[in-house]
Design a protein around this ligand. Structure first.
Ligand SMILES: *Cc1c(COP(=O)(O)O)cnc(C)c1O
Length: 464
């Protein structure tokens, strides 16, 4: 399998180079040159086996299949549920797909546990080391740290805004005791952290000296790993082409829902998708009103969806443009300048309307929804998941009797305040994390200044 850039001018690469590169050199995102059909899964017995089979055509012959299967086994053995990503029924024809049984309690673990192992494997084959740098508002940082904490060939440095993550999120990062894990509490906000990361990548001498790499949500391997649970959910529900599943997806960067769209292209029996947003509703405005214009980010009770530009949408845009990279690059250049993206009405009618519905919910509606689901099913759900079930309810998506599945993207105990406000119940952390408030934290306060952060990274990575 070869990979092409959505902006058309970067060199074609194989899987391992795409994995390590993250972004293409023309600023685009890598996608496979074709969408392969789903393999026959009739003999598959476990999630890890399904994962190895579904992803095999994307990896090609770059990693021996036995090795790749073992990496999948190891990655999904870290989940605390035998089904890895299990379904739970919450209503007639209505299910939750629980994606939070991994080490850090959010859906990011599903992709990142595999990504860490893929990085370590490829780097050791090549005799290379990298320093992964990332900025986080909470979930990605802890999931990335957990994924690479035992990797011999990876150092990781995560920047987070001091005082602006939840206590659980911060402690999941600062209590990990591994010599290759480093965190910096930046005296600024999340955008400052992201700007510092970008500036470090743009400093070519620093980038090459430190061997900088990234595992953010535009990395193709993350999108790839997320295809699997759409396929296994359809299988568990015995879905058929005539009675395909509707998936409701709490959406920020458009990575999770894009993976579902790919599963559908590969032949999974999926009817359509509901894109659920919080007040940061750029994707909902686009799907409902063909208005893709960036606004300022509003903080909400579902912080992992507080995003104003959904970067993974670029991969769908490339398809809408019949894989014309030059046209995609030009549209994105205009989007950056004008702050809005225009897509022709006939393209929307062909690509968007038949496959996507959307709805948005503010904090009050989200909290009310947590209460409604608790009262109707006894399930506690987190505020991200609540936007998804609220959209199912608002659009009356179970009306035609198809199975409707909301992706439960985080464990309720990761966002306890909203859950307690809604239900009066303080959700408890799973056992492996029950002592997180007793563990020793290592907090490194760093000023919001490029030179200071670079000095921190250099010292942290060379010290051990
Ligand atoms: C990252 C995240 C999302 C958003 O997923 P995207 O792939 O960015 O659309 C939703 N919910 C939770 C809990 C997350 O961590």
């Amino acid at each position: 399998m070869r990979y092409v850039s959505t902006r058309g001018t970067a060199p074609e690469l194989g899987f391992c180079d795409v994995l390590l590169a993250g972004l293409a050199t023309d600023g685009g995102l890598y996608v496979p040159e074709v969408w392969p059909p789903l393999p026959d899964l009739s003999d598959v017995r476990s999630y890890a086996e399904a994962a190895a089979a579904v992803m095999a055509p994307f990896v090609g012959d770059e990693i021996p299949h036995d090795t790749f299967s073992k990496l999948c086994n190891d990655a999904y053995a870290t989940f605390r549920h035998d089904a890895v990503v299990p379904l739970v029924q919450i209503g007639n024809d209505e299910w939750l797909l629980e994606q939070f049984h991994g080490p850090t309690l959010a859906f990011k673990d599903v992709a990142l546990q595999l990504l860490g192992r893929l990085f370590d494997h490829v780097l050791s084959q090549r005799g290379q080391r990298v320093t992964i740098i990332g900025a986080t508002s909470g979930d990605t940082g802890s999931a990335a740290i957990d994924a690479v904490k035992d990797c011999a060939n990876v150092d990781i440095v995560i920047l987070y805004p001091a005082g602006r993550t939840s206590a659980v999120q911060r402690r999941q990062m600062t209590t990990v005791d591994s010599p290759n894990v480093h965190t910096a509490a930046v005296e600024g906000n999340f955008d400052d952290c992201q700007d510092l990361v970008k500036a470090m990548f743009n400093d070519a001498a620093f980038r090459d000296r430190m061997g900088l790499s990234a595992v953010n949500s535009i990395n193709w391997a993350r999108v790839m790993a997320q295809i699997v649970y759409y396929v296994t959910a359809c299988r568990s529900l015995r879905a058929t082409a005539d009675a395909g599943v509707t998936f409701s997806v709490p959406t920020g960067n458009f990575g999770n829902v894009l993976s579902g769209w790919i599963a559908r292209e590969m032949g999974a029996p999926i009817n359509d998708f509901i894109v659920a947003s919080n007040s940061n509703d750029i994707m909902t405005r686009f799907i409902n009103d063909n208005d893709m214009s960036a606004r300022t980010v509003t903080p909400t009770v579902s912080p992992s969806m507080d995003i104003q530009v959904s970067s993974n949408f670029e991969r769908l845009l490339f398809e809408i443009n019949d894989r014309d990279g030059a046209m995609t690059a030009e549209q994105l250049r205009r989007f950056r300048h004008a702050g809005s993206l225009h897509i022709e009405a006939d393209q929307v009618a062909r690509w968007i309307t038949p496959v996507f519905r959307a709805a948005r919910f503010d904090d009050a509606a989200t909290v009310a929804e947590i209460r409604r689901v608790y009262e109707s099913s006894g399930q506690l759900i987190d505020p991200h998941t609540a936007t998804g079930t609220a959209a199912v309810h608002a659009l009356d998506a179970t009306r035609d009797g198809r199975p409707v599945v909301t992706l439960a993207t985080a464990h309720p105990a990761k966002f306890p305040e909203a859950v307690q406000q809604a239900t009066g119940i303080l959700p408890s952390l799973p056992m492996h994390m029950a002592d997180i408030f007793d563990r020793v934290e290592r907090i490194n306060l760093v000023s919001n200044d490029l030179a200071a952060v670079q000095a921190f990274v250099e010292a942290a990575v060379t010290r051990h």
